[in-house]
Design a protein. Structure first.
Lengths: 384, 467
């Protein structure tokens, strides 16, 4: 089935001259970069490029997802606008990345959700919140209630929440896995090794390629290097992981030990969730400020709604979660819970159709790179 | 009044400005270009040739002073000043700590430049990243920087700098460093320097400029008129063969075509004119600009076949491709008969050997003039490719005579407060020829010296000035 889809996609692409306009633009710029190579020290994109002489669709998709949009190569580029070569690798790569998210999405028809992604995330959130508010009304008859000592299950039955969010989560994971396998299937560098996997994991966990190659960081508003984006992204990423850990621990408490929520503040799930929630407040807030201040030539301006909607979704998921924790003993708990669950549901459902997908394709590209760089370079260009 | 005026905006000017500012002088920098084109030819550079006696961070093994000096002596064929050259060489071994402090990052040699891993420290991101770092550092230290500020003349008083004229404004300063580049972007001057050839052509009209469009040589001309001591031959320039389709200015590194030693070069009459396999390409690329400049129409065509693909650094423009040699001749508008005769003679003259493009192999021609002494293999495997090449000027050698204090000279007498650095004086050290990274070594060494001297001259004058 997948092979058929791949063939169809290739045929469609061939009919259109092989490369889409964003892909053709990357191929054009890579011809300039491959003849120059000054940026080799910044990141993985350029060393991967020097292993190639031609840039086919799959190569372009790989390089585009390897690019972290750090901006270093743009500011260092002797061929950047206003030069007539108009090289802007971060922008060209970003435009192809968006195309790959959309193309690899599963079910394929939902790839179209990337077209107006800010709107999609907004509507998903609105529907999520509306759904839970209606459910509160249906189950309790009113949005306010007598204090319930933080017992969420007095509002929504435990099994209902597990079924709903379990299904949404499994769906998101399956959709992302299909996307990742489509990306991997386009071009695979061959079997991985323990070393390659370990390196790719480290590159993901440390955001190695936001360090600029020299450890001073990436570019934001100008040619100055700074580590702020890396740090805010760490807050976001590890905040997300802590929240995920909180939920996992709570699930183990519930099913493994029969310890039913609510848990006290100084319990492991609540502490993990609170810490993670704080990371998910400051991380996205910082990333939003940086996104607003980015140099106008950085990245693809058309993707700002997608970026910012996702940042906002993360921020408000955390914000409503912390608000729920703060006021869970009050009559507002049901309303706060509905708000929070609305954001969480929107987050899960849009994971495969929003900015979240970048994590999956970036990690896969880094693994491809870690595998490929361990193989001998087959080119012998003779300049040495 | 400002202490030190720095005219120029590339590596040497920036080194001078930073050193002068660090010495406590107030500094104003005048860069002729708009901000987005700042940095002159430095934005196209990528490394610094460095003396070192032992492995050093990104540099392997050793590159002692004597070896650096011998290399310089060889490429300049003796047209150098040993005292100044050794000054540059020694400075190159100690300047990198200072460069790092001003934000320059180094990295090991790039892929395809293994031959430079011992001698040259590469700037991470290339010369524009270096230029950006220096500008940031200058701004932080309080160097005043003006863009679109070309200087058209200086006011001198008996060999002393008084003021510079920029956009109609008279700018006084206690001392001045000129580091405003050569004259290679000045088409009229190039035309005049190269003159007419026996075919009645003006060869320089067909030259491309590999670097900035802002090196108009205005200050060199002004200093010549003012009677400063001049060195170098105006008709000499570093001239390499680059892709004829390159932009008129700022094509930089990527317009090079490294396939010449793998094929044959013919002129517009379809005739070969030099041994393409004389030596490794990195050692020979710099002679081909002049060779092509001497051909009618100042154009050459590098012809290779499918066997060469994947054996040279990828050029920025794809080669013209054809299934047969006559078709390739037609596509390049070369006279088919003589082109085919050249190729047939070449193919027949190739002696069998063991082809290896990584060594000086034994594949050569016999009984052919000019011969091809290495890597000669018949051009017989379709598809065939052609790259049109034109002379690309990197820099000019004409400049101001100077001494170890970077002082400008008038009638053999050094000025007290007018200094020179970079391309405007590189000819003192590099009278002809070139070796990778040496321009940046000269610019950095003399930029730093000029900045220090200019600050000292200004501060001395300030101390003596009546209150």
């Amino acid at each position: 089935m997948r092979r058929l889809e791949t063939l169809t996609r290739d045929a469609v692409a061939l009919a259109g001259g092989g490369l889409t306009p964003p892909e053709a633009e990357v191929a054009r710029q890579m011809a300039v970069c491959n003849a120059c190579r000054y940026c080799e020290g910044f990141c993985a994109v350029f060393p991967a490029m020097t292993r190639r002489l031609d840039f086919a669709k799959a190569d372009i998709h790989y390089l585009a997802n390897l690019c972290h949009n750090c901006g270093a190569c743009l500011h260092a580029c002797q061929y950047a606008p206003p030069h007539e070569f108009a090289v802007n690798v971060p922008r060209a790569m970003a435009q192809v990345r968006l195309q790959t998210y959309s193309e690899f999405a599963w079910p394929s028809a939902l790839g179209a959700l990337y077209r107006r992604n800010g709107l999609v995330l907004g509507l998903a959130t609105a529907l999520g919140i509306a759904l839970f508010l209606v459910l509160v009304l249906a189950m309790r008859g009113a949005l306010l209630h007598q204090p319930l000592a933080g017992n969420f299950y007095a509002i929504f039955p435990h099994n209902m929440l597990v079924a709903l969010f379990g299904a949404a989560f499994v769906f998101a994971i399956v959709a992302l896995a299909v996307g990742a396998s489509r990306f991997w299937g386009e071009w695979s560098p061959g079997p991985g090794s323990g070393g390659a996997s370990a390196e790719a994991t480290k590159d993901v966990l440390t955001l190695k390629y936001l360090d600029g190659g020299h450890g001073q960081g990436c570019n934001e508003a100008d040619d100055r290097f700074t580590l702020v984006r890396r740090r805010f992204h760490h807050l976001t990423f590890y905040g997300f992981l802590l929240c995920f850990a909180a939920t996992s621990v709570a699930t183990i408490y519930d099913y493994g030990f029969g310890w039913i929520a609510p848990y006290p503040f100084f319990s492991l799930p609540v502490l993990l969730g609170t810490l993670g929630g704080i990371g998910l407040l400051f991380g996205p807030a910082g990333l939003y400020v940086l996104n607003r201040r980015r140099h106008p030539l950085h990245g693809d301006p058309a993707q700002r709604p997608m970026d910012r909607a996702f940042i906002a979704l993360l921020f408000f998921t955390s914000f409503t979660g912390l608000a729920l924790l703060a006021w869970r003993d009050t009559p507002a708990m049901a309303t706060l819970l509905a708000l929070h669950l609305g954001f969480v549901l929107a987050f899960f459902l849009t994971m495969p159709y929003g900015k979240f997908a970048h994590a999956v394709y970036r990690a896969a590209a880094l693994l491809k790179y870690a595998i490929e760089k361990r193989q001998p370079n087959t080119l012998a260009l003779g300049a040495d | 009044m400002i202490d030190v005026l720095v005219i120029g905006g590339g590596n040497a000017a920036l080194c001078a400005a930073l050193m002068a500012r660090e010495a406590g002088a107030s500094v104003l920098m005048l860069e002729a270009s708009p901000r987005e084109w700042r940095g002159g030819n430095s934005q196209h550079t990528r490394n610094l040739r460095c003396m070192h006696d032992a492995p050093q961070d990104v540099l392997i093994e050793a590159y002692p002073e004597e070896e650096f000096w011998q290399d310089l002596l060889k490429v300049t064929k003796g047209v150098t000043n040993e005292r100044l050259a050794r000054l540059v060489i020694r400075e190159s071994s100690t300047c990198r700590g200072w460069m790092r402090r001003h934000g320059v990052n180094f990295q090991p040699s790039l892929s395809g430049t293994l031959h430079l891993s011992r001698t040259n420290a590469f700037f991470m991101g290339g010369g524009k990243a270096l230029v950006n770092a220096y500008y940031r550092s200058g701004e932080r230290l309080g160097v005043q920087i003006r863009y679109q500020a070309p200087v058209d003349r200086l006011e001198l008083d008996d060999g002393r700098f008084v003021a510079a004229y920029c956009n109609g404004e008279r700018i006084e300063a206690r001392s001045c460093v000129m580091a405003a580049g050569g004259f290679e972007s000045n088409r009229e001057w190039l035309r005049e320097a190269w003159g007419r050839n026996e075919l009645g052509e003006w060869p320089a009209d067909n030259f491309l400029i590999r670097g900035t469009r802002f090196n108009q040589g205005v200050l060199i001309r002004a200093m010549m008129d003012a009677g400063a001591d001049i060195i170098g031959d105006p008709s000499q320039s570093h001239c390499v063969a680059i892709d004829a389709r390159a932009p008129l200015y700022d094509g930089g590194i990527c317009t090079r075509v490294d396939a010449v030693s793998l094929g044959v070069m013919v002129n517009s009459s379809g005739v070969r004119f030099y041994d393409e396999g004389e030596d490794f390409w990195p050692k020979r690329y710099a002679i081909w600009g002049r060779l092509v400049a001497q051909q009618p129409g100042q154009i050459g065509y590098c012809i290779i076949d499918a066997k060469a693909i994947g054996r040279f650094m990828p050029p920025v423009y794809p080669g013209e491709q054809a299934a047969t040699l006559p078709e390739l001749a037609a596509r390049m508008k070369l006279p088919e008969a003589s082109f085919m005769r050249t190729l047939a003679e070449f193919n027949a003259a190739c002696r069998p050997g063991h082809f290896d493009h990584t060594v000086l192999d034994d594949c050569r021609t016999e009984g052919l003039a000019p011969p091809k002494t290495h890597w000669a293999r018949p051009i017989d495997t379709a598809p065939f490719y052609a790259y049109p090449l034109r002379p690309g000027i990197t820099f000019t050698y004409l400049g101001l005579k100077t001494n170890e204090r970077a002082a400008v000279h008038f009638g053999g007498v050094p000025s007290d407060n007018l200094f020179v650095a970079g391309e405007m004086m590189a000819g003192n050290v590099l009278g002809q020829g070139y070796t990778a990274g040496v321009g940046m070594s000269i610019g950095t060494a003399f930029g730093r010296i000029a900045g220090t001297q200019a600050a000292a001259a200004a501060l001395k004058e300030r101390a003596h000035a009546p209150a």
